[in-house]
Design a protein around this ligand. Structure first.
Ligand code: HAM
Length: 432
C-alpha cells in the first residue's frame, strides 16, 4: 500500500512501545550494559570472538530445523518489496550456522564465536517472556564432543558466578538426546513421526496438567509404551538414568569427566529437558533459577551436529547456548545480585551562578573530562539552591558550584565540601 498522508486516521498515537518490547530508558540501559559487559568479559576469558549478523533472514533458514512452534507461532515474517519471504531473527543459531558454513573450510577449529543480538518472537508477554529480548549466544564449532559441551557449561557457570551467583541460586538441568533416542527406538519402539510428537510431549511434560499429559500420551502410545514413558519421566538422577538405559552416551562421558570439578555441583539430571528447537542432536541443557518466586529457565542450549548440512556442507558439530537479558535481569534482581544503577557512574554536575563565570565553568568541565570523568555542564546560570535540587533530581554524586573566584566542590554522597581557587589535590583524591 502506498503511503498517503491524508489516509492516516486522526487517532491518538500511543506513547507506549510496541507490545512486548521495552523502551530502554537510561537506568534500564545502564543495567543492560552491565549485563553485556560481563558477558563480553567472560566470552573473552574463553577466547570466543565477537561476530554479528543481519536482523532479517529468509524464512527458509528457520523452516529447515528450528521447529514447528517457532515457525507457526513465534516468527515475525513478511514479504519484502522483491517478493522474498523474510523473517526478523527469532534466534541466532541458524544465522551463526549459515555464517560458519561460509568460512569453516579455511578456519582453524574449533571456531568459538559469541554475539549479543536482539531477537523478536511473537509471544504472549508475561514475566520473563517478551516479544523482543537480547540474547547472549556462545557457540563452538568443530571441537571434540563432550569437551566442547563441558567448556560451554563452564563458561555459563563462570558468567553467573561473575554476577555473584552460586549453586544456591541456579542449577543446570541436563539431558542427552542420544538417551531419549534410545528410549524411542529400543524401549518404546516407535517410528520417526511418533518420536517427533513424543519430543514435544516430553518438552511440555512439566508444564502441562497431569490429565492433559495422559490424553496426549494415550493418543499415540499403547498402555505398555505409556508405562515405560512414565517410568522414563520419573527418572531424576544420573545413576537412575544410566541404569534404566545402560548405553554409552555423551552424557555418561561428560559426567565421568567432570567428577571432582566445581561444575558437577551445578549439574542435575532432568528427563523432561529435550529442548523445543529441532536441531539439537546430543547433550541438551537449561539453566534454571532455584528461587521459588522465579522458577524459570534463564538459559538454554545444547549440541547440534547437522545444522551445516542444510547448506549442503559436510557435518560440523556445534555446541552453544542462548541466555536472555530479560531472564538474567529477573534472576539477578530476585536474588538481590543486581547492583544499583539509579545513578550514572561518578558523574559530575558543573554549574555556575552568573554569566560572568560561564568561561570558567567551561574550563573546569574540560579539565575533568580530560581526566576521564563524565561531566554535565549546566550551560546557563543557575541559583545555588536550584543547582542542589537539580543534582538531587538527576542523582549526581558530585556537584560543582562556580559562584565567585572559588570552586565549590560537593561530594553529595559522603557529604564533603572542598573550597579552592583551583582543582586541588583534595578534590582529585575524593574523585579517585
Ligand atoms: P531458547 O531456549 O529458545 O534457545 O532461548 C534461550 C534463552 O533465551 C531462554 O532460556 C531465555 O532466557 C531467552 N528467551 C527466549 N525467548 C525469550 C523471550 N520471548 N523473552 C525473553 N527471553 C527469552 C535458543 O534460542 C537457541 N538458539 C540457543 C542456542 C544457541 N542453542 C545453541 N546455540
Amino acid at each position: 500500500m502506498l503511503f498517503m498522508r491524508y489516509l492516516i486516521p486522526m487517532t491518538q498515537i500511543s506513547k507506549s512501545p510496541y507490545k512486548g518490547c521495552r523502551d530502554l530508558f537510561p537506568k534500564l540501559k545502564r543495567e543492560q550494559d552491565y549485563l553485556f559487559s560481563k558477558m563480553r568479559e567472560v566470552a573473552s576469558l574463553y577466547a570466543y570472538e565477537p561476530y554479528d549478523g543481519p536482523m532479517l533472514e529468509l524464512v527458509d533458514l528457520y523452516m529447515a530445523k528450528s521447529g514447528e512452534e517457532l515457525i507457526n507461532e513465534q516468527i515475525y515474517s513478511f514479504k519484502d518489496r522483491g517478493d522474498r519471504f523474510v523473517a526478523i531473527r527469532p534466534e541466532m543459531t541458524p544465522t551463526v550456522a549459515r555464517m560458519v558454513a561460509q568460512v569453516h573450510r579455511e578456519t582453524p577449529k574449533p571456531i568459538r564465536w559469541y554475539c549479543i543480538p536482539n531477537l523478536m518472537r511473537y509471544e504472549r508477554p508475561q514475566k520473563g517472556r517478551l516479544r523482543e529480548h537480547w540474547q547472549f549466544n556462545c557457540d563452538i564449532f568443530g571441537g571434540p564432543e563432550v569437551l566442547s559441551e563441558i567448556e560451554i557449561l563452564e563458561l555459563i557457570k563462570d558468567l553467573l558466578e561473575h554476577f555473584g551467583a552460586t549453586n544456591k541460586h541456579f542449577s543446570i538441568l541436563i539431558n542427552d538426546r542420544a538417551i531419549v533416542n534410545e528410549l524411542f527406538s529400543n524401549v518404546l519402539k516407535v517410528d520417526e513421526q511418533t518420536s517427533y510428537k513424543l519430543y514435544k510431549i516430553i518438552d511440555k511434560s512439566k508444564k502441562l496438567p497431569e490429565q492433559k499429559l495422559e490424553v496426549l500420551m494415550d493418543e499415540i502410545l499403547s498402555s505398555e509404551q505409556k508405562a515405560n514413558l512414565k517410568k522414563y519421566l520419573s527418572l531424576n538422577s544420573f545413576e537412575e538414568v544410566f541404569s534404566f538405559l545402560d548405553i554409552k552416551s555423551p552424557l555418561r562421558d561428560l559426567i565421568e569427566k567432570v567428577q571432582e570439578t566445581e561444575l558437577l555441583k551445578y549439574l542435575n539430571y532432568d528427563s523432561s529437558i529435550v529442548r523445543g528447537l529441532d536441531y539439537y542432536t546430543g547433550i541438551v541443557f537449561e539453566v534454571f533459577d532455584l528461587h521459588p518466586d522465579n522458577r524459570r529457565a534463564i538459559c538454554g542450549g545444547g549440541s547440534y551436529a547437522n545444522l551445516l548440512q542444510i547448506f549442503k556442507e559436510s557435518p560440523l558439530q556445534g555446541v552453544g547456548f542462548g541466555l536472555g537479558d530479560v531472564t538474567l535481569r529477573d534472576f539477578l534482581i530476585t536474588h538481590d545480585l543486581m547492583p544499583d544503577f539509579t545513578q550514572p557512574d561518578d558523574a559530575i554536575l558543573v554549574t555556575y551562578q552568573a554569566d560572568e563565570f560561564e568561561k570558567r565553568a567551561a574550563q573546569v568541565s574540560r579539565t575533568f573530562r580530560q581526566a576521564g570523568f563524565g561531566v554535565e555542564s549546566n550551560l546557563k546560570p543557575i541559583k545555588t539552591s536550584k543547582a542542589f535540587q537539580l543534582a538531587e533530581k538527576k542523582n549526581y554524586s558530585y556537584l560543582i558550584l562556580i559562584e565567585g573566584p572559588e570552586i565549590v566542590f560537593k561530594d553529595l554522597v559522603n557529604k564533603k565540601e572542598v573550597r579552592s581557587q583551583t582543582i586541588n589535590d583534595e578534590i582529585w583524591e575524593i574523585l579517585n
